[in-house]
Ligand binder design. Structure first.
Ligand SMILES: Cc1cc2nc3c(=O)[nH]c(=O)nc-3n(C[C@H](O)[C@H](O)[C@H](O)COP(=O)(O)OP(=O)(O)OC[C@H]3O[C@@H](n4cnc5c(N)ncnc54)[C@H](O)[C@@H]3O)c2cc1C
Length: 839
């Protein structure tokens, strides 16, 4: 944990690296407290790191074009403060070159179909359909992740060759994390939808971006000047070659200039942005052997750009082109005039950046500049962009460690390195290579801003800066006042309780999302119910309080929640399932609802429409749940623990969840009954939402639906023990009848073919009576989910009705309810006279 420092008059911050992260750390600390004097040491001759702008004979060019795009308001404010009105807004035009053709990117449906031809397009759709029905079970690698979302054929066409060019390893060796981070939320249906409507909502599809007039380097050059104007210093061509430490406190760094002269520089606080592997190599004394071993497993992909000057003002209109074709080595092509005309010294030539992904020391890297320029010219001609004869000259820049590699061993290795580095008192590591994260400038900068705040006493966990969240939802950084008392003025303090059993696949997302809630919870308690996997370790690492027990067997979620609730210190208990990723505003909506009226004991929310799982059964189940909660009465009859708040006093009054329920079943409904028996009210707040991460399998869904839901519900219904609001609505009964009629007549066609007409009529009527829900399935789950959903929903109506019929028959025959063994509380409820249950 970071130690806040006292603040005597002048203190020195030593920053390693003058890239976006290093300069942001220096400038932010300077702004926050003028007593701090930052000293930045940059190995290169210019600032900006990978975001620098190089120049050659008056042509300016990036190390790969750098868009300025962010959803982090603090970053936007920083950029504007530094560059003021030096930004220009550029339209984005980019295409994919594959198999001799150019594809618009984002996809345009007519262009894509025209290029692919109807046969290939049909094969792609077929392979997409196939994977939707039979998804890959494991999603560990890049090819698993992409294939599950796009189908194998589209993966091979558009993703495989380019990705392998970028990383230099097979897609089967790249972790799925990278895909999830870069192309999250982009699906075939979404791409088609975007193509038809012009909508645009993913990181890969941003259509307009800001760009400094003179390239990204301009930002960092002005930033360095600003740091110096305010008393700091930026030393170029000064490489940090040793980081000296006393136990877990850094004392000084050894700096070497380009003449080979060395000097020691002391500091009170240190911020690093050099790559982690080198950092640990230059630590003195070195870290323990196991940490070094882990650091050596971190790998990087290098990059070189050949910038060609062409005797042609405008060879093509794109900002950049992705080159997927394997026949040429080039991976991406930049057209710097399209970024900013001021990047060029005249208006009759063009400046084209040919980007090659490579490994330092490989053939490409070692090829002479002269030969690389020739090769780039040949490749430009090979893909019909410009004849090689137009090349007037060029410049080669080699960029080592352009990309941190997400391979099979990086997660564990990074975990070890991170844990060791977290132990430092006065040393933090930030940025892209400084955290081995595929960060753009904005997140590199954000980690640096938070590091500066930490120096002044804040306790941000820099590793929580989460790329995916901030692109797809509003980014929320915890403000100090949020952290101090957990309140935002209106929302009372609350505690989060998460029961977890072998939840290592989802617990990180559940806890992270709870941490990002606004206002933040006073505490997050994870009750680890005898997990045999890494659930507890992950939750602990993310800052949750983890409670375990010594019983031989798992207690079940009901008792686990009670155990967690006993440890809470606030008046509102938010129960959250370990596979639910809540929206940042969900807790406040629920807590406020309960706090608004003393008579309300509890409030619960709903699953949202965001789909985290590829398989159709999961999408259907989650959207069906969503639909029920969106259309249910606000004045609810039962409770739901997926995402629900109970007032602590009411929870105590009903003595918590029933400890006799061992399996996840209807313990939430049961506690709802008892709360209502005591006269408490319960509210459904459909706007308070979370994403369900459970990847339901069909058999599991049906088993749960029938055993845990349909049987007990039917039993309660036939014995008049269900609350009035839960009686199947008239419309639901009609739908059930139509589903059964469809199946009945369809079966009858075997004996009497004309029954097919009746079956088709019943089926059409069934579909029409469910258009709202099926439309929702199509919009949020995709066409195949809608198609599969029709049959799953018919099955649901059929088995629910059959179960109800069975319960009715048993009642008439005076047989005990089916639930007697598994759901004793239902049997008890049936035996009791009806209480005050009317909503
Ligand atoms: C091809 C490509 C395209 C990209 N496109 C975009 C984009 O469009 N938009 C975007 O926002 N981001 C983009 N990025 C990412 C962006 O470049 C990085 O996020 C950003 O530069 C990271 O900043 P940083 O300060 O963490 O690291 P760096 O930029 O790597 O800076 C680290 C600095 O530390 C210096 N250094 C290293 N070791 C030492 C040492 N021992 N002593 C002293 N100095 C040292 C380095 O010389 C360097 O200047 C792109 C990256 C690449 C590779």
């Amino acid at each position: 944990m970071w130690d806040g420092l006292d603040r005597p008059d002048e203190r020195r911050l030593v920053v390693i690296g003058g890239g976006p992260a290093g300069l942001t750390a220096a400038r932010t600390l300077q702004k926050l407290d003028a007593n701090w004097k930052p000293e930045v040491f940059e190995a290169n001759a210019i600032v900006g790191g990978i975001s620098r702008t190089e120049s050659h004979e008056g042509y300016r060019f990036d190390i790969g074009g750098h868009r300025f795009f962010t959803k982090v308001p603090e970053v936007t404010a920083f950029w504007k403060e530094i560059l003021k009105d030096e930004f220009i807004t550029r339209p984005r035009l980019s295409r994919i070159y594959y198999n001799g053709k150019f594809y618009s990117y984002p996809l345009k449906i007519t262009n894509a179909l025209g290029n692919l031809g109807p046969v290939e397009a049909a094969l792609i759709m077929f392979s997409y359909g196939k994977v939707k029905v039979f998804p890959r079970r494991q999603e560990e690698t890049f090819d698993d992740w992409v294939t599950n979302r796009f189908g194998e054929r589209l993966f091979n066409t558009f993703f495989k060759t380019y990705t392998e060019k970028v990383w230099g390893i097979p897609c089967s060796e790249i972790r799925a994390d990278w895909a999830a981070q870069r192309i999250k939320n982009l699906s075939v249906t979404k791409a088609v939808w975007n193509a038809l409507t012009g909508a645009n909502d993913t990181v890969s599809l941003i259509e307009e971006f800001e760009y400094p007039r003179l390239g990204p380097g301009q930002m960092w050059e002005v930033c360095a000047d600003t740091v110096e104007e305010h008393g700091g210093s930026v030393h170029l061509k000064h490489k940090v070659v040793k980081v000296e430490r006393e136990d877990m406190r850094v004392t000084r760094v050894l700096v070497r200039d380009d003449q080979g002269e060395e000097r020691w520089v002391e500091g009170d606080a240190f911020v690093n942005s050099m790559d982690l592997r080198t950092l640990l190599r230059v630590m003195d004394p070195p870290p323990p052997a196991y940490v070094m071993e882990a650091a050596e497993k971190l790998k990087y992909r290098d990059f070189l750009i050949v910038t060609l000057v062409l005797d042609d003002a405008d060879p093509f209109p794109d900002n950049w082109i992705y080159v997927h074709s394997p026949e040429v080595n080039v991976g991406r092509i930049q057209n710097f005039r399209a970024w900013s005309p001021e990047m060029l010294p005249n208006d009759h030539t063009s400046s084209i950046g040919m980007e090659y992904f490579c490994h330092a020391g490989d053939n490409l890297w070692e090829t002479s500049d002269e030969e690389l320029i020739k090769q780039a010219g040949r490749e430009l001609e090979a893909i019909n962009l410009a004849p090689a004869s137009k090349v007037l000259g060029g410049k080669v820049i080699r960029q080592p460690k352009a990309y941190p590699v997400y391979d099979g061993e990086y997660t564990d290795a990074l975990g070890i390195v991170r844990e060791w580095l977290d132990g430092f008192e006065n040393f933090q590591t930030v940025g892209r290579n400084g955290m081995h994260r595929y960060n753009n400038q904005d997140h590199s900068m954000l980690t640096a801003m938070l590091a500066a705040e930490n120096i002044l006493g804040a306790e941000h966990d820099l590793w929580e800066v989460n790329v995916e969240r901030s692109y797809h939802e509003e980014f929320v950084t915890k403000k100090d006042d949020d952290e101090s008392d957990g309140q935002d003025g209106d929302t009372p303090k609350y505690s989060v309780v998460i029961p977890a059993h072998n939840a290592e696949k989802t617990i990180d997302k559940a806890v992270n999302a709870a941490c990002q809630a606004v206002p933040a919870p006073a505490e997050i308690i994870v009750v680890d119910d005898r997990s045999t996997d890494r659930t507890a370790a992950i939750a602990r690492k993310l800052g949750a309080q983890v409670i375990s027990h010594e019983r031989a067997k798992p207690l079940g979620p009901a008792r686990a929640r009670n155990l967690g609730a006993r440890q809470t210190s606030t008046d509102y208990l938010l129960f959250l399932d370990s596979d639910v990723e809540l929206e940042p505003d969900a807790p406040s909506k629920l807590v406020r609802e309960v706090a608004s009226d003393d008579g309300i004991a509890a409030a619960f929310g709903s699953y949202g429409t965001r789909q985290a799982c590829p398989n159709i059964a999961a999408r259907y189940a989650n959207l069906r749940h969503h639909e029920f909660h969106q259309t249910g009465r606000r004045e609810a009859a039962t409770f739901w623990t997926g995402l629900g708040v109970i007032r602590a006093s009411a929870f105590a009054a009903v003595q918590g969840f029933s400890e006799s329920i061992h399996k996840p079943a209807m313990e939430d409904v049961e506690i709802g009954y008892r709360m209502r028996d005591r006269g408490y009210r319960i509210r459904l707040v459909p706007e308070a939402q979370g994403t369900h991460l459970k990847n339901w399998k069909l058999t599991q869904l049906w088993r749960d639906d029938i055993i845990s839901r349909a049987i007990p519900w039917s039993t309660l219904l036939v014995h008049n023990r269900a609350p009035a609001s839960l009686n199947a609505k008239g419309a639901e009964r009609v739908k059930a009848v139509l589903a059964i009629m469809t199946l009945f007549f369809a079966g009858l066609t075997v004996f009497s073919p004309p029954a097919g007409i009746a079956a088709a009529t019943a089926f059409i009527a069934y579909v029409l009576s469910n258009t709202h829900f099926f439309g929702k399935l199509a919009r949020h789950g995709g066409p195949l989910t809608a198609l599969g959903g029709v049959f799953l929903h018919m099955a649901y109506h059929t088995y629910s009705t059959a179960t109800f019929g069975l319960a009715l028959a048993r009642k008439w025959l005076k047989l005990p309810p089916l639930t007697e063994k598994t759901q004793t509380w239902v049997a008890r409820a049936v035996a009791q006279p009806s209480g005050n249950r009317k909503p």
